[in-house]
Ligand binder design. Structure first.
Ligand code: ADP
Ligand code: NA
Length: 344
């Protein structure tokens, strides 16, 4: 019997935004009702880009606390679930090495996120950036997690994790059985990609995803934005001159319109079809006013709570320390089993 266990992570790279919230965190909060969950601040992933990009030691410390605060402020209960920081549990890096020896070079060569992030200057990116998906596989498998709530951009990485898990199970099947683990040691984790906002786009350009690294502050709503900033960004968001369609089909050739409707739907907790049934035929100026009210009502209290928590670093650090202690127990058990299975 496998217990259903959820793992997911967010990088402490600053500028937490609405895409992270609607694509990932909202589902983290939901899944805690039905699953045992581990939510991780993945600092080992953040350092795969140059220090000038992740900001250096002081900023990293601040960003680790900010993501932790976002988890807590969103409603994840740190007593019932495990909120922790990746680098405090050494087994993530340890299992990653083992999985490096399982994963094939050809599999990593197919990862589209690496191609996007590396750009043209491939010879000059860190080896860690290339190996990022194997570390992510380790994050998931070290807890033998069964479900991974993520945005659409992470789907390929979860699929790679399944391939790595499967190859480990196959390569060591006899030993896995001999050690009493039955037919397979690692469960094959499933990506959980649900809701109307699995890929939130930039507010300035409907063809680019909303991202922490976009130089335009108007491209994204940050989770720390106050009501005025949220209102300004939504009012300035790019749209086309047509009114809202009354059916989803009418959104297909209109990425900016589709994005705003998706954001509204996700914030309201409704499908897009219901939003269009209500607003079909309306002009975007009017719809945006409604979106501003909804976004402010959902996000301003979150920002206020994050701000309050940013003043209580002792509490935030205690959540991380307690979470790491609990995570380490599970991770250490996996590492022991993996070594037993492999003869180490
Ligand atoms: P980013 O992609 O902003 O650097 P992370 O890599 O830390 O952030 O991703 C954290 C989570 O947020 C992942 O599950 C990712 O899929 C999700 N996510 C990131 N950007 C978006 C977006 N624009 N729309 C939906 N989900 C997103
Ligand atoms: Na991402």
């Amino acid at each position: 019997m496998t217990i259903e266990r959820v793992f997911s992570g967010i990088q402490p790279t600053g500028n937490l935004h609405l895409g992270n919230y609607l694509g990932a965190i909202v589902n983290f909060v939901k899944m805690q009702e039905t699953h045992n969950c581990l939510y991780c601040v993945v600092d080992l992933h953040a350092i795969t880009v140059p220090p000038a990009v992740w900001g250096g030691p002081d900023e990293l410390r601040r960003n680790i606390r900010e993501v932790t605060a976002a988890f807590i402020a969103s409603g994840i209960d740190p007593k019932k679930q495990i909120i922790f920081n990746q680098s405090q549990v050494a087994e993530h890096a340890e299992l990653a090495w083992v999985l490096n020896c399982i994963a094939r070079l050809g599999w990593l060569n197919r990862m589209t996120q690496f191609k996007e992030k590396a750009g043209k200057d491939r010879e000059n990116v860190s080896v860690g950036l290339y190996d990022y998906p194997v570390l992510m596989a380790s994050d998931i498998l070290v807890y033998r997690a069964t479900h991974v709530p993520v945005g659409e951009d992470q789907k390929q990485h979860v699929e790679l994790t399944r391939d790595i898990a499967q190859k480990f199970n196959n390569d060591f099947s006899a030993s896995i059985a001999a050690q009493g683990f039955g037919e397979a040691y690692f469960p094959l984790p499933e990506p959980v990609i649900t809701g109307p906002a699995t890929r939130v786009m930039s507010l300035r350009d409907g063809t680019k995803k909303m991202s922490k690294s976009d130089p335009s502050d108007y491209s994204r709503i940050n989770l720390t934005d106050d009501a005025d900033a949220i209102a300004q960004k939504i009012r300035k968001a790019k749209t086309d001159p047509e009114p809202l369609p009354s059916e989803e089909k009418g959104l297909e050739p209109r990425p900016e319109a589709d994005n705003l409707v998706g954001i509204y739907a996700a914030l309201a907790g409704k499908p897009k079809s219901e939003v269009l049934a209500e607003f079909g035929g309306a002009q975007f100026s009017g719809f945006k006013s409604n979106l501003v009210d909804l976004a402010v009502s959902k996000l301003a209290p979150l920002a206020a709570e994050m701000k309050r928590l940013s003043g209580d670093t002792a509490y935030v650090d205690s959540v991380l320390a307690d979470g790491a202690d609990r995570a380490r127990v599970i991770a250490a058990e996996t590492m022991t089993a993996v070594k037993d299975i492999m003869g180490m």
